[in-house]
Design a protein around this ligand. Structure first.
Ligand code: KG4
Ligand code: ZN
Length: 342
């Protein structure tokens, strides 16, 4: 076939990733996490991240090529995350990609990390433009109508924190392990979501903007009230707090998605589709609520496999592939952009 074969490189946050994509096939998808390096610091430390990326990128690229059973000479191009993200990490990736492109003469494109997430449902499900996407992770929360590989309409998003960050904070407050999303979800499974009436910020406000910072404060207060009363938290208290928190996040995300779907459907798309991306999309309660909503609205629900929903380089390779297929290419002097709205 004449499908392009692209090497993708991603290093904008705390995952060092390389992947090879040919057309719609993911030939390899290597991700080295850094969770343990940052574990003692309560968050990603930019300097530590950048150094780890610089150390690991070559290995990630070698491994991605070897799993794909390809050599650099077999590629049609190289795509690298050029932003947004932590500048040190983005620079490590861009340097690595430029070095490879200079050495091989392969075409190079700089890709927006958010475009990588946003185009993933095209890689996995080949869905048609325009589609609606909810990107919801530790760092992002926004609704996008994806109209082409370089045309995005932002319908709204968080005005403060991302839900993943709130899940992580809640886990810390409840003494549950990181990453917080999965451990809060697990604790919530046998909890009573109605025991603690937490706020649903901006629920009744028109539009698709969201806010999660007030929820973080509310869960802190609810926990402190229980601790003050009983001198500690029982497992039951933990579960009820987790369940109440998760229900509040899910209610807000689902209500705002309902509004986003309404706006999207006004464009009368031929085959309406709603896709999710980002780590929080793994949450069963949130996912089920979104699926039910789509079913009622007659919109197909697309959930790419989790390893392509969280940070990875296959999505960067694929976004680069769409750019190159449209005849776009960057020269070796393009720069990293720590801030780069879609
Ligand atoms: O997309 P991702 O891997 O990285 C970025 O943030 O860019 O998302 C990670 C976030 C973390 O905050 C994690 O706690 C959250 O996604 N997460 C979840 C679940 N699994 C991961 N949140 C809620 N429920 C989950 N099951
Ligand atoms: Zn991401």
């Amino acid at each position: 076939t004449d499908a392009l074969t692209i090497l993708g490189i991603e290093s904008s946050c705390d995952d060092t990733a390389a992947a090879v994509v040919r057309g719609n096939s993911v030939l390899s998808n290597v991700v080295y996490g850094q969770t343990s390096l940052h574990a003692d610091f309560g968050g990603v430390v930019p300097e530590i991240a950048a150094r780890a990326h610089a150390e690991k990128l070559d290995h990630a690229v070698e491994e991605a090529l070897s799993i794909a059973q390809l050599k650099l000479a077999d590629l049609d191009g190289i795509a690298v995350t050029a932003g947004p993200g932590l500048i040190g990490g983005v620079l490590s990736g861009v340097m690595c990609a430029k070095g490879l492109a200079a050495a091989t003469g392969l075409p190079l494109v700089g890709v927006n990390h958010l475009a990588g997430h946003a185009l993933t449902p095209r890689l996995t499900d080949q869905i048609a433009y325009p589609y609606l996407m909810l990107l919801v992770s530790g760092g992002h929360c926004q609704f996008l109508i994806v109209k082409s590989h370089d045309e995005y309409e932002r319908l709204g998003g968080t005005i403060d924190d991302a839900p993943g960050e709130a899940f992580d904070k809640t886990a810390r407050l409840l003494g549950l392990p990181q990453p917080g999303g999965p451990s809060v979800e697990k604790a919530a499974a046998d909890g009573d979501p109605k025991r603690f009436p937490l706020p649903r910020p901006l629920f009744n406000q028109a539009g698709c903007d969201m806010s999660f910072s007030g929820l973080k404060t509310a869960i802190l207060r609810a926990r402190d009230a229980v601790v003050a009363e009983k001198n500690g938290l029982t497992v039951k208290d933990q579960s009820d707090l987790a369940a109440s928190f998760q229900a509040a996040v899910a209610d807000v995300l689902i209500e705002k998605t309902r509004r986003a779907v309404d706006s999207y459907l006004r464009l009368s798309p031929d085959a309406p589709s709603f896709a999710i991306a980002g780590g929080v999309a793994a949450n069963g309660a949130i996912r089920q609520g979104l699926m039910d909503l789509c079913q009622k609205a007659n919109v197909s629900f697309i959930a790419p496999p989790l390893r392509l929903c969280t940070d990875n380089a296959a999505m960067i390779a694929y976004a680069g592939l769409e750019k190159m297929a449209a005849g776009e290419q960057d020269d070796l002097s393009f720069s990293a952009r720590p801030r780069w709205p879609l």
